[in-house]
Design a protein around this ligand. Structure first.
Ligand SMILES: Cc1ncc(COP(=O)(O)O)c(C=O)c1O
Length: 403
């Protein structure tokens, strides 16, 4: 027997991986799913995933792709057909003109954002992120050797970055600003004037790139969607537009997202993609081409249904004592200030609130701390109205029992 003593494996992992935290939303969802697997009747309102099925025409296109043996590697940056469909979509829906060599198709928006950060950041470069933020932004920035710089927003800002706060956060090390609208978790959407103010500021900082995460673009019932390039086309050389079909077409599992940017940047994203994952799934690319090219009645239905559910859940939660909520403008989330509830219920923080609501009330939501804003919770309305009715009753009963 060898007398060599081995270090525990966790201490042998890279510093890089040890500096990254697992996704809180996925961890919570896993806990809730484990309870469901044990037979508990948990209502899952923690997921960032549509509960609808992928549109029929999209599924048919995928079936046909399999039968036609479209099962081989495709070009690393996506098929010509899908890149054409993306250019057409950006022109048709967003009035933004791109050529296929300014597009890359990735394994979801997530990979497009990661590859963007990987391609642009040097150690110590700062990336400005408004809090509350989507959980993965800071972790991806850290993984790419950058430093996330958080700008705390408030209800008065509608939880969005303001030009004034952004100006205060810019330093000589700022390399990028991430914009997300409609936003996860707040459900708020930048209006034209707000974007114009941000653009007017960023015009003066030619070293700063803008990553615009537009994945919730189509799930919007209040106001109109604008990309920053619609108000400031001169920012195009340093703007990376990211979008995909995960949320718009209930296609989370198909893993198709894309980035549109200057061709030099796209070539950089392609280089890292070519050495890591290669092309995204060939069959999913055919499905996404159909999703973007064809009119899917289901897409409109889903948008209407989210709007209806939002109105229902907002009214239901508003009647709960100690909750403060701003109505969402889009997405499938409501962002609730529970600071008063924590005080009245004598609960230490939003984590403990989420844990207790899960175990005592059998409703799974996500604590705001995971999104960089303690004292809040995010509730997804990715469930139909009868389930939301039950969830509201359970939350009310939980609050009443603990008051
Ligand atoms: C703001 C935001 N961006 C990106 C993503 C990831 O999208 P995809 O499934 O296309 O990787 C999500 C998923 O929750 C999100 O909320």
């Amino acid at each position: 027997m060898s007398s060599v003593r081995h270090k525990p494996l966790t201490f042998m992992l890279s510093n890089k991986i040890q500096s990254i935290h697992p996704s809180l939303t996925l961890t919570i969802a896993q806990k809730a799913s484990d309870m469901v697997a044990k037979g508990l009747d948990v209502i899952l309102l923690s997921l960032g995933e549509p509960d609808f099925t992928t549109p029929l025409t999209v599924k048919e296109a995928a079936h046909l792709a399999i039968e036609s043996n479209m099962t081989y590697y495709t070009p690393v940056d996506g098929t010509a057909a899908l890149k054409e469909a993306i250019c057409l979509k950006l022109s048709r829906d967003n009035n933004l003109q791109y050529q296929p060599n300014e597009i890359i198709v990735s394994n979801g928006c997530k990979q497009a954002i990661f590859n963007t950060l990987y391609s642009l950041l040097n150690p110590g470069d700062e990336v400005i992120i408004g809090s509350p933020y989507w959980v993965s932004y800071p972790e991806m920035v850290t993984a790419c050797d950058g430093t996330p710089i958080f700008v705390q927003t408030t209800l008065e800002d509608r939880f969005l970055l303001t030009a004034k706060k952004l100006a205060q956060a810019i330093t000589p090390k700022t390399k990028m600003v991430i914009l997300n609208s409609p936003a996860n978790p707040s459900g708020q959407n930048y209006n034209k004037e707000e974007l114009q103010a941000i653009a007017d500021l960023l015009i003066h900082y030619p070293q700063i790139f803008i990553c615009s995460d537009d994945v919730y673009e189509t799930i919007l019932w209040e106001g109109k969607y604008f990309n920053i390039l619609n108000v400031a086309p001169e920012l195009k050389p340093r703007t990376i537009l990211v979008n995909g079909v995960s949320k718009s077409h209930a296609m989370t599992g198909w893993r198709i997202g894309y980035a549109a940017a200057d061709k030099i940047l796209i070539a950089a994203l392609k280089k890292i993609q070519s050495q890591t994952t290669s092309n995204p799934c060939s069959i999913s690319q055919v499905a996404a081409t159909a999703a973007l090219n064809q009119h899917c009645a289901e897409e409109h239905y889903m948008q209407q249904e989210y709007k209806r559910r939002h109105e229902f859940l907002f009214q239901g939660l508003r009647s709960i004592p100690f909750f403060t909520i701003l109505p969402s403008q889009g997405t499938f989330y409501l962002w609730v200030d529970i600071t008063k509830a924590l005080e009245h219920l004598n609960i230490a923080n939003d984590f403990v609130f989420a844990e207790q609501l899960l175990h005592e009330g059998l409703v799974s939501i996500v604590p705001g701390s995971g999104f960089g804003m303690p004292g809040f919770i995010r509730i997804s309305f990715t469930a139909d109205i009868p389930i939301l009715t039950k969830a509201i009753e359970r939350i009310k009963a939980f609050i009443a029992k603990n008051t």
